[in-house]
Design a protein around this ligand. Structure first.
Ligand code: ADP
Ligand code: 5GP
Length: 209
């Protein structure tokens, strides 16, 4: 009897500017067996962002139609825009045995946990608040007003961190990527993610005696 490793759903949240996008790109580039879900959003693309790569950029009407069709696993509103996870891709990749990463904010993360109790929830933190502001400003993609909104939102999100399984500190990028990969690998071996193997073992024992 082989221990079958089904894909697990990994939810990655963290303050805007903590480095989630950068970390996830590096993780899927360095290690096999990850699939990165591409969300749908009503926000405008940043310079350099491509349709279907960072996001599917849609109108509010198109987003609401997707909600009505039950085409999203979860969705939430964040700083005046909608963001949501398309269902089809996630389900297909999990079936293939891939570990699927959702880079989503906290309201969405908690919805995913309800629907998928074995999802692994990770929260990315910067080494400090001043560094967070520096990264947001350094990215150079938002106005000062939007940066302020995002920092206020970070303060709210910080209240929910204890609901996550792990926090990871993104100080040195490569170290953080390796740490996340190790934690995910370990998560494959918890009993609640191996119910089929455990139940088969029980059945075999029963048959044996
Ligand atoms: P998020 O997706 O969490 O909003 P990004 O991945 O866009 O954050 O990163 C925000 C900014 O911080 C980017 O300019 C990125 O290059 C930078 N950054 C990410 N990780 C690190 C790190 N470990 N050290 C220094 N800068 C980083
Ligand atoms: P950004 O505009 O910086 O790309 O993303 C803003 C926030 O929305 C981030 O916290 C990001 O993780 C989150 N987000 C991105 N996609 C989704 C999604 O599909 N669902 C939810 N709930 N949040 C998302």
């Amino acid at each position: 009897m082989k221990m079958k490793h089904k894909g697990i759903l990994i939810v990655v949240s963290g303050f805007s500017g903590a480095g989630k996008g950068t970390l996830m790109k590096q993780l899927v580039h360095t290690y096999d067996n990850y699939a990165l879900s591409v969300s749908m959003t009503t926000r405008s693309p940043r310079p350099g962002e491509e349709e279907g790569k960072e996001y599917f950029f849609v109108s509010k009407e198109a987003f609401e139609e997707k909600i009505a069709q039950e085409g999203l696993i979860e969705y939430a509103s964040y700083c005046d825009n909608y963001y949501g996870t398309p269902r089809d891709y996630v389900e297909r990749q999990l079936e293939k045995g891939k570990d699927v990463i959702l880079e989503i904010e906290i309201q969405g993360a908690l919805k995913v946990r309800k629907k998928f109790p074995t999802a692994l929830l990770m929260f990315v933190m910067p080494p400090g608040a001043a560094e967070l502001k520096k990264r947001l400003e350094g990215r150079g993609t938002e106005s000062l007003e939007i940066i302020r909104k995002r920092l206020m939102r970070a303060k709210e999100e910080a209240e929910g961190i204890e609901q996550y399984d792990f926090i990871v500190i993104n100080d040195k990028l490569e170290e953080c990527v390796d740490k996340m990969h190790s934690l995910i690998q370990a998560a494959h071996f918890t009993p609640n993610r191996n119910e089929e193997f455990i139940n088969n073992m029980r059945k075999e024992l029963e048959e044996l005696i």
